[in-house]
Design a protein around this ligand. Structure first.
Ligand code: IPM
Ligand code: MG
Length: 362
């Protein structure tokens, strides 16, 4: 039996999680696995109910589970809370840190049929298949933050950016391991022409590269990388980068998949893995059944793969998503003329039914 903590969170989070649960249940029925789901609050919803964005009960449920599926957190109604109570800084970031989830995997794969949904030209994005590995528990996100008054009546704000050799080695080794299972190419992204932390990053990667002669290592400045991602994304296999650069580059890279609604993520490295779509809580469309549940459903597939080692089951979910897209079903973010518009629930049902129809191979 697999115990899964469900943290729907805020906004569209509460709409997309049930759709991923349907896919997991269909997989459970098909393969004879038992998934036990336990739900808890996080983010703004948790703050409203308990006064804390990460209540202790939520954290202990996560620790006691085999994996966590999270929707999204945040919304304008919580933006002006004291900083430690905000859904991001008080909820999601401490969850990642407490669980030691230093490796964030964001696979950008263009499902055929979605090239036209992207704002980018088809000839540029056709065949894209890259993986961004983002360091998730260090850097600016977790450095000291402060404010001071200045004599001119203004203020001074500080965010500290720190990386240690240990933290860099840990994520870069992980990225090399991933590159070895893919096309053996690793691009390390930094800003070593300006930042000291990036100079240590680059030196560390250069040292480690000697241990992985079978992997082609390259270095790229983050500004150049953001341009190369839309100029010629097929040049990339695995990208490894620090926390903040990874945050920014993966939103950009999501457009290579057609929509940010297609980009799943896995955060691993600790005892329990956390799986969540890369997108946010989308307050503007929350409660309208317009959200694309596919990034969350694909995150559930990543859970099967990385936390439970259930590869055939993961592939079955990915196949189902692929087929539903092939069949022309689209949520509003992916809609184009000639396709069939569906809402969040309908999209989830289509994926579920597709799983039910598939045969177990082998
Ligand atoms: C992400 C999100 C989070 C991040 C926010 C919600 C704190 O943008 O997972 O990419 O910046 O890490
Ligand atoms: Mg982000």
């Amino acid at each position: 039996m697999y115990r899964i903590a469900l943290l729907p969170g805020d906004g569209i989070g509460t709409e997309i999680i049930p759709e991923a649960v349907k896919a997991l249940q269909a997989i459970g029925d098909k393969f004879g696995h038992e998934f036990e789901f336990n739900q808890a609050l996080i983010g703004g919803a948790a703050y409203d109910a308990t006064g804390q964005p990460l209540p202790p009960g939520t954290l202990s449920l996560c620790r006691d589970s085999d994996a966590i599926l999270l929707g999204a957190i945040g919304g304008p109604q919580w933006d002006n809370l004291p900083v430690h109570l905000r859904p991001e800084i008080g909820g999601l970031l401490p969850l990642r840190k407490e669980l030691g989830l230093f490796a964030n995997l964001r696979p950008c794969l263009l499902y055929s049929g979605l090239a036209q949904a992207s704002t980018l030209k088809e000839e540029v994005i056709n065949g894209v298949d890259l993986m961004v590995i983002r360091e998730l528990t260090g850097g600016l996100y977790f450095g000291a933050k402060s404010r001071e008054a200045t004599p001119d009546g203004g203020q001074k704000a500080t965010d500290v950016l720190t990386y240690s050799t240990f933290e860099i080695e840990r994520i870069v080794r992980f990225a090399y391991g991933t590159a070895r299972k893919r096309r053996h190419r690793l691009c390390s992204v930094d800003k070593a022409n300006v930042l000291e932390s990036s100079r240590l990053w680059r030196e560390t990667v250069t040292e480690l590269a000697k241990e992985y002669p079978d992997v082609e290592t390259s270095h790229m400045y983050v500004d150049n990388c953001s341009m190369q991602l839309i100029r010629n994304p097929r040049q990339f296999d695995v990208i490894v980068t620090e926390n903040m650069f990874g945050d920014i580059l993966t939103d950009e890279a999501s457009m290579l998949t057609g929509s940010i609604g297609m980009l799943p993520s896995a955060s691993i490295g600790g005892q329990v893995g956390l799986y969540e779509p890369s997108h946010g809580s989308a307050p503007d469309i929350a409660g309208q059944s317009k959200a694309n549940p596919l990034a969350t459903i694909l995150s559930a597939a990543m859970m099967l793969r990385y936390s439970f080692n259930l590869e055939a089951e993961a592939i079955m979910i990915e196949q189902a998503v692929h087929q539903v897209i092939e069949d022309g079903y689209r949520t509003p973010d992916l809609m184009e003329t000639g396709k069939k518009l569906v809402n969040t629930v309908q999209m989830g049902e289509m994926v579920k039914e597709n799983i039910e129809k598939q045969c177990i191979e082998g």
